[in-house]
Design a protein around this ligand. Structure first.
Ligand code: PLP
Length: 621
């Protein structure tokens, strides 16, 4: 059974094989992720690894462009679609280059929001006519780069976000004698739901108000440059779960578009920004981590609303631009890690205390003996009472450690028994509702939440998480997942279940001498960008693969993650100087007779190997 809901969130890119393995799929092939993991092991690429599947990125760009093309054709819309990818969503060179490469056939462009992103775009796109949308605050240098891009043949638009940008653009373009392509971002009042809804509304920090817009038009007229205003930009927010809100935004944008045309602007592009959501939970709902529409509906609704609204004003159809980031890259990356250890909340075999055990322990044994379905609540109360009494006595020195541990053990035994009975109960008493969670195992995963999955910590983002093998066995444990940072926030305790969000994840019992691998899916958007160096865990290893039609695959690229020397130098340590100082400490220990010279040598070797090794838990070879 699909315990983890892969058919709902997998978007046809992930599935299960008959052998109980998660597979990555294209239309013509599928490859078990475990085969790729095996290849990584053979190449000494240790866990955790961020796996990128090129075909999925390729397919998403294809699906997006094709869905717009189909909608345009079906609705007889009289202009084209041009997508751009916002670099900030995942600015890794590998990803941006792949997008530029796969997007060439659709003239898929790039969106930039800063000078570094602009420089990246200018050296990644090669085709004249490629679209570059410049959002963000632009200084003289940024503007000059953009004007030069126009000269090189790129369709490089400056989207005015604040009134202060316009004088710089007018002045620089006149000085360099290059006509700019200008866009304007309007402040949308259509409110959307979801996490990023402050992007729109009166208090949004982005875009021009209507009065600023009128000033902009007048200033451009004065400068005889109104014909340069060719693009209207509106972005309602990221991950918009409800299609009706997107439609509402399109109608509002059309009103701006029509009236700006009426003012004499030569508009011919309309840019709806990002917002196309990813169905992380697979629920197909208007919940913030889902979406109540599919890609085809998104494209059809935009084209249809645009056409109908603008036709009323008899306005020529503009080129449609969208800046889909999340939906473009989320699916193609998977974080894979191994489980290092498990803590269980179960009684263990303890040596008997003897005949003179404390009365409270005997009381607890009685609770256990008379436990029934009907008396579950009473036994639960008694177990707590006796356990707490023992803890008090221990604090006051009246019972010893062995007695206390026997009491804790009995307590767990009683709770586990009650937990087993819960499923049989018609009505679960309120006190017992959280019992399953409080007894869940803790599976320790070899990763840092803060480095690889920061949105789980920051905004309670849900990602599909599941083991990538052994799915032909029933997962009999209920667990939460902890990372290896020393931070109590470094844990995952909300999971996407078959029906609903759950606070535990079904996992398999670990097997001796065998790794257990867990995958976190749909992590291609924003996670790499926002990750940080908590506890100095650095970038993970990254592997890019391409799946072939015969179920084989190629390791296209591999990037070794940060070494300890790398992360230390990010926080201004000097690894060479550090090694020297450590050498001096060791040499002094030799001189003062605490260690031998040979021991010193061994220590320095260990130190150096560590310094140039991976920041994560490494298995002994
Ligand atoms: N364009 C702009 C201006 C944005 O601010 C964003 C992100 O919030 C995007 C595009 C990307 O949005 P998404 O990832 O929802 O596609």
């Amino acid at each position: 059974a699909d315990v983890y809901g892969i058919d709902h969130w997998g978007n046809d890119y992930f599935g299960l094989s008959d052998q109980g393995l998660v597979t990555a799929k294209t239309l013509t092939t599928q490859v078990p992720l475990m085969d790729i993991v095996q290849g990584m092991t053979e190449r000494d690429l240790q866990m955790p690894v961020l796996l990128r599947i090129e075909n999925i990125l390729d397919a998403q760009i294809y699906r997006l462009n094709n869905a717009f093309r189909d909608a345009i054709k079906k609705l007889d819309y009289q202009a084209t679609y041009r997508g751009v990818y916002p670099i900030k969503v995942n600015q890794q060179a590998q990803v941006v280059e792949e997008i530029a490469d796969f997007g060439k056939r659709f003239k898929h462009g790039l969106e930039v929001g800063s000078k570094p992103e602009m420089i990246a775009a200018l050296s990644t796109l090669t085709e004249p006519g490629s679209l570059i949308i410049c959002n963000g605050y632009k200084d003289q240098e940024f503007v000059e780069l953009g004007l030069q891009a126009v000269k090189l043949g790129f369709l490089c638009f400056f989207v005015i976000e604040t009134p202060a940008e316009l004088p710089i653009i007018i002045e620089r373009s006149k000085q360099l004698n290059i006509e700019p392509l200008i866009g304007v971002r309007v402040k949308m009042t259509s409110k959307v739901s979801g996490h990023w809804n402050s992007t729109s509304g009166d208090r949004s920090v982005f875009g021009l108000s209507t009065s600023q817009l009128i000033q902009l038009v007048d200033r451009l007229k004065e400068a005889d440059m109104l014909h340069c205003l060719q693009l209207l930009h509106c972005h309602l927010g990221s991950q918009i779960p409800n299609i009706r809100e997107i439609r509402g935004g399109v109608v509002e944008a059309c009103r701006y578009y029509a009236d700006l045309c009426g003012e004499g602007a030569a508009l011919s592009y309309i840019d709806f920004g990002g917002g196309l959501a990813v169905d992380y939970t697979g629920a197909q709902s208007n919940d913030s981590q889902s979406r109540n529409y599919n890609l085809e509906e998104y494209c059809t609704d935009i084209v249809d609303t645009l056409k109908n609204t603008l036709d009323e004003y008899d306005i020529k159809h503009p080129t449609i631009v969208t800046e889909s980031g999340r939906a473009t890259v989320a699916y193609s990356s998977i974080l894979i890690f191994n489980i290092l250890d498990v803590t269980k909340f179960e009684p263990i075999e303890l040596p008997k205390i003897g005949d003179d055990e404390h009365q409270l322990l005997q009381d607890m044994r009685e609770v256990l003996a008379c436990l029934t379905l009907q008396k579950a609540q009473e036994c639960y109360n008694d177990a707590h009472f006796y356990r707490d009494e023992i803890r008090e006595l221990f604090k006051r020195g009246q019972v010893d450690l062995r007695t206390r541990s026997a009491a804790e053990n009995l307590f767990l035994e009683i709770l586990q028994q009650i937990n087993k009975n819960l499923e049989l109960m018609e009505h679960i008493p309120v006190d017992l509702e959280g019992l399953k969670e409080s007894l869940a195992d803790i599976y320790y995963g070899n990763f840092s939440l803060f480095q690889s999955l920061p949105d789980i910590w920051a905004i309670d983002q849900l990602f599909p998480i599941m083991p990538i093998h052994r799915l032909d066995e029933e997962p009999k444990r209920n667990a939460i997942i902890a990372d290896i940072t020393c931070d109590c926030d470094g844990k995952i305790d909300k999971f996407i279940g078959q029906q609903d969000v759950s606070s535990t994840l079904p996992l398999h019992e670990l097997k001796d001498g065998e790794e257990y691998y867990v995958g976190v899916f749909l992590v291609g958007a924003y996670q790499e960008t926002l990750g940080d160096l908590h506890n100095l865990f650095g970038d993970t290893n990254v592997v890019s693969v391409r799946l072939n039609d015969d179920s084989s695959f190629d390791f296209v690229k591999e990037i070794h993650g940060d070494t300890i020397a790398d992360v230390l130098s990010y926080v201004e340590y000097e690894p060479k100087e550090m090694a020297l100082r450590y050498r001096n400490t060791a040499e002094r220990a030799v001189k003062e007779g605490r260690i031998t010279a040979r021991e010193r040598q061994h220590m320095l070797k260990t130190y150096n190997a560590s310094m140039h090794g991976y920041t994560y838990f490494e298995r002994d070879e």
